[in-house]
Design a protein around this ligand. Structure first.
Ligand code: GLC
Length: 398
């Protein structure tokens, strides 16, 4: 994927109760009461320019917006249902406003669209999870529902400019290649995730940090700033910036993209705590990005003496060592016999030039006596000065 770091936005009526984006199904709401929240939706402080500026500050290049979540409420001027933002006190097309702000700031826009729809009477699909179980499922009719989905897709992909990627949610377990064919015909070049009516283009590990050093397929991982909810939650359990930076570093060094979510409030504001986190991550990310964006897997392997897990990327002749879990020691020694000669080593986190040493490996500790060899070390790494960031070290070769 060309864009590697993006902002996920979960926003909808559920921001009003401020508990969870699926509060309608998981809480004890009656359907009528939840849908009546549309009569209160009035995000008077909604300023999409602010969201876009925040994303840019974090180093992000695209925003993925929940046009419709499982509750079925639509955040654009859809003609397919009245259950949409135009029929609220706010009465303005929130997606259109965001699309304008993105275009103005050169931010790409992606769309999230839930296939489960707890409002549409034909939408019940027993093959898929996240269906509304408590309500009379109406008259399940997937053919009719897919026609509705296609009509909405047509609106979303023709009325809002260029759309970078399409994020279906909750695999319907029904194959229908005509749906993504429509998506592609309306937006040539769009990327589609793997949660729709066919496998699409990219995988979507959610809230996990996958094992391994390298993804084998196109991947966009997603995570939220809080552990409890994707939608705004008043009593959220926020992740630490350290944890999120580690995840971003690991997943992006593996070649994946990373979509980090924030849930704006019912007034339309991204909560202060989320903003702080995104800015904090951005301060690290913008320095580490050269070792993450447009990089490749290394052309060779490196054997570092040490315990810390490390993923290596390369770009333009430089090699980047990502210690996504942090460093335990202040020196790294290469055990490779055929190591090219390092010319310079830099800690990207603070730009510190690191000491390069060529000498005999300190011996007595080493049972294999590999120690007699002459080896290169990177020494005096000021890791303690960046205790809450994953260190990224750039090595330029002679
Ligand atoms: C899960 C949740 C859903 C959320 C999505 C984001 O599927 O059920 O509420 O929108 O993750 O990837």
């Amino acid at each position: 994927m060309q864009n590697r770091f993006g902002m996920f936005i979960h926003w909808g009526l559920y921001a009003i109760p401020a508990v969870h984006e699926q509060v309608l199904a998981r809480g004890d709401w009656r359907h009528e009461d939840y849908e009546a929240l549309a009569g209160q939706f009035n995000p008077v402080l909604y300023d999409p320019d602010e969201w876009v500026r925040l994303a840019a500050e974090a180093g992000m290049r695209y925003i993925c917006f929940t046009a419709k979540h499982h509750d079925g409420f639509c955040l654009w001027d859809t003609k397919q249902t009245d259950y949409n933002v135009m029929h609220t006190p706010y009465g303005r097309d929130t997606l259109y406003m965001l699309a304008e702000a993105c275009a103005k700031h050169g931010m790409d826009l992606s769309i999230y669209y839930s296939i489960p729809d707890w409002h549409h009477p034909a939408a019940y699909n027993p093959l898929s999870s996240h269906q509304w179980k408590a309500k009379d499922p109406g008259h399940p009719d997937m053919a009719a529902y897919i026609a509705f989905v296609k009509a909405q897709v047509r609106e979303l992909l023709t009325g809002y400019g260029k759309i970078y990627s399409f994020f279906w949610d909750i695999p319907p377990q029904i194959g229908d290649p005509s749906v993504n064919a429509l998506v592609r015909s309306l937006q040539p070049g769009i990327l589609i995730n793997d949660r729709g009516f066919d496998r699409g283009d990219f995988a979507t590990p959610e809230r996990t940090v996958p094992e391994g050093d390298r993804f084998t397929a196109m991947t966009e991982a997603c995570q939220s700033v809080g552990a409890e909810s994707w939608g705004y939650r008043a009593e959220e359990d926020y992740f630490t910036a350290r944890h999120l930076m580690s995840s971003v570093d690991k997943i992006m060094a593996m070649g994946g993209s990373y979509l980090l979510n924030a849930g704006p409030t019912a007034e339309g504001v991204i909560p202060e705590k989320s903003r702080e986190l995104l800015r904090r991550i951005g301060r690290w990310y913008r320095r580490a990005a050269e070792g993450l964006e447009n990089t490749e897997a290394p052309a060779r392997t490196y054997t570092l003496r040490g315990r810390e897990p490390c993923i290596v990327t390369e770009r333009g002749g430089s090699t980047y060592f990502h210690f996504w879990r942090g460093l335990d020691t202040t020196a790294l020694t290469f055990l490779d016999e055929d190591l090219p000669t390092p010319a310079r080593a830099t800690l990207l986190n603070n730009g510190a030039a690191l000491t390069l040493r060529y000498g005999t490996l300190p011996t007595l500790m080493d049972p294999d006596h590999v120690a007699r060899r002459q080896v290169w070390s990177i020494a005096d790494i000021p890791a303690d000065e960046i205790p809450d960031e994953p260190p990224v070290i750039r090595v330029e070769w002679a």
